[in-house]
Design a protein around this ligand. Structure first.
Ligand code: ADP
Length: 533
């Protein structure tokens, strides 16, 4: 037996609500280990080397960081506009904050735009770095603390735009304040001895606050971790932590091997969430395309039978019905005279009888279209048909959180039949079961079972835990045009029965226990059919 877990939390498709797969967890661990290994393999043997300032490197690295952080922020704001959760707004602001701080960082960096920086003094870039690396974990803590808020507390659709504008304005104000703070060299502790050497107590002034905030953020995230976004934010924080020692060892200065190596790894770590977001968007797009194609295929199959039959019944029956009404009117007129014209009235009645027979023939000919036409029949594996039908309905089953139990018999006789028609029967029965369960309490269970019967035939049953069918309706549901749904056509089950009977089988219904309905049909196996022949 194969079971599909009832998945689908509220928003099944997005990074910030989907739990990470074991593969994604392994990838996250691999990134942390890979970054650590790469960094320390470079810094270990070559850590003592000094390369001097390479302004173009700083310009390129900061521009790339700005672009990745800004795009990540934009994508997270876009996710916020869909989910409207405060947590996403907070983390989007975090990425915007880091992107905005990169601008004064590069403006103040000595040698990039001006020999001693375009703004601020010797301490400015180091102060900005400190505030940036303390600020981001604070945003992550804010994200982690708000991410479990009750859905009812989310922003309303109307408030989304103003929330984004407010967040961008506040973040920009925060980044401006941080820049001002960094430029007034007296407020924050001294970090640089000169333009390249750090103060000896760099460990306490920079490393300690950054590391403690990252560790707190990691712990809070770890305790509340649930989604892919949580996982990869933990990776970013780990990267922040492993980047600290190479700044300091073997000596606390800029432009060492460690310093340059850290710029490269921090560019990689700042792109992690962006890469995951882009990957998710591509996967989502693929999934969406797949779902649309499936839906279209399914609709086509349905229209092919339901629509065609309904249209042909309406079209073919209208003509004899109109003729019957005309003849009946004429009959009335002949009888309504002062001297009733009995012969003509009799003729009118005979025409009504003939038209009635004609209507019957029309219905029969429609039924005949489902009858044995051996040219359209092939030998079929019923279990495969069930698998295909379930996969076509997968989207609806997940949406309604329906647990699927497919109990396929191992050794099933092959049947001969029209693949499209039998597929249609299964799809109709499964769709009806989904509709019947949609409004019911969980657990909602759909059990599709195949069994061998008397060694040669196959019995298929589709059982649900829906509302079930009242005893007075049990026979009527197979009548054409009987429906209890506001948008139903009432054709599905009558078509199913016609198809199964055309395959010399039987479609029946009985109550499921403890609730719901079981639709069961038999199909003759190839061996039993040839034995009869
Ligand atoms: P339609 O789906 O258009 O209503 P169908 O012929 O498929 O037409 O079904 C006829 C009626 O039978 C439905 O309207 C519904 O009331 C009932 N029915 C069918 N399947 C089920 C089911 N699994 N559980 C309960 N009622 C069902």
């Amino acid at each position: 037996m194969h079971e599909l877990a009832p998945l689908v939390p509220e928003e099944p498709f997005v990074l910030s609500s989907r739990p990470p797969s074991p593969g994604q967890q392994r990838l996250a661990l691999g990134i942390v280990l890979g970054l650590t290994l790469a960094l320390y393999l470079v810094v270990g043997p070559f850590g003592g080397m000094q390369f001097g300032a390479i302004p173009s490197f700083v310009a390129v690295y900061t521009s790339a960081m700005f672009v990745t952080d800004a795009i990540t922020a934009i994508l997270l704001y876009a996710q916020f506009s869909v989910l409207r959760s405060s947590a996403i707004l907070v983390i989007a602001s975090g990425y915007l904050f880091t992107a905005l701080l990169i601008v004064p960082y590069v403006l103040a960096f000595p040698g990039v735009l001006a020999p001693h920086g375009l703004i601020g003094g010797t301490q400015t870039t180091a102060h900005i770095y400190l505030l940036w690396h303390c600020g981001f974990p604070l945003f992550v803590i804010g994200y982690a603390l708000t991410k479990d808020e009750h859905p009812s507390r989310r922003y309303s659709q109307r408030a989304v735009r103003s929330a984004i504008v407010r967040s961008v304005a506040l973040t920009a104000a925060g980044a401006a304040a941080a820049t001002a703070l960094s430029m007034s060299e007296a407020v924050l502790p001294r970090i640089m001895l000169d333009e390249s050497r750090f103060v000896p107590d760099w460990l306490y002034v920079v490393a300690a606050p950054v590391a403690s905030l990252c560790i707190v953020a990691l712990v809070v995230l770890w305790l509340r971790r649930r989604s892919i976004l949580d996982l990869f934010l933990m990776v970013v924080l780990c990267a922040y932590l492993i980047e600290i020692p190479p700044h300091y060892f073997p000596f606390p200065a800029r432009f060492s091997t460690g310093w340059y190596a850290v710029r490269v790894t921090s560019l990689l770590s700042s792109s992690i969430v962006l890469i995951v977001l882009l990957y998710e968007i591509t996967a989502l797009y693929g999934g969406l395309l797949d779902a649309v194609l499936r839906q279209r295929r399914e609709r086509e199959v349905r229209l092919m039978t339901g629509g065609a039959v309904a249209a042909s019944i309406a079209h073919e029956i209208r003509q004899p019905l109109t003729a019957m009404i005309t003849s009946a009117d004429a009959g009335f007129r002949f009888l309504d005279r002062a001297t009733p014209h009995l012969d003509r009235a009799k003729e009118a009645l005979q025409r009504i009888v003939a038209d009635g027979h004609r209507a019957g023939t029309v219905v029969e000919s429609i039924r005949a279209s489902f009858k044995n036409d051996d040219r359209t029949r092939t030998s079929l594996d019923v279990n495969e048909l069930i698998r295909e039908a379930l996969s076509l309905e997968d989207g609806d089953l997940r949406t309604h959180r329906i647990l699927v139990r497919a109990e396929a018999a191992g050794q099933l006789p092959e049947v001969r039949g029209n693949r499209g028609q039998l597929q249609q029967v299964l799809i109709n029965l499964i769709t009806n079961a989904i509709h019947a369960m949609a409004a019911e309490e969980e657990p909602r269970v759909l059990c599709v079972k195949s069994e061998a019967h008397q060694g040669t035939d196959v019995v298929v049953s589709v059982a649900d835990t829906g509302a079930g069918i009242g005893s007075h309706d049990r026979d009527r549901i197979f009548n054409p045009l009987f429906t209890t749904k506001s948008d139903g056509m009432g054709m599905g089950l009558s078509i199913c029965r016609a198809i199964i009977e055309a395959h010399e089988g039987r479609l029946t219904v009985f109550p499921n226990t403890p609730r719901g309905a079981v639709f069961q049909f038999t199909l003759r196996g190839i061996d039993s059919a040839s034995a009869r022949a």
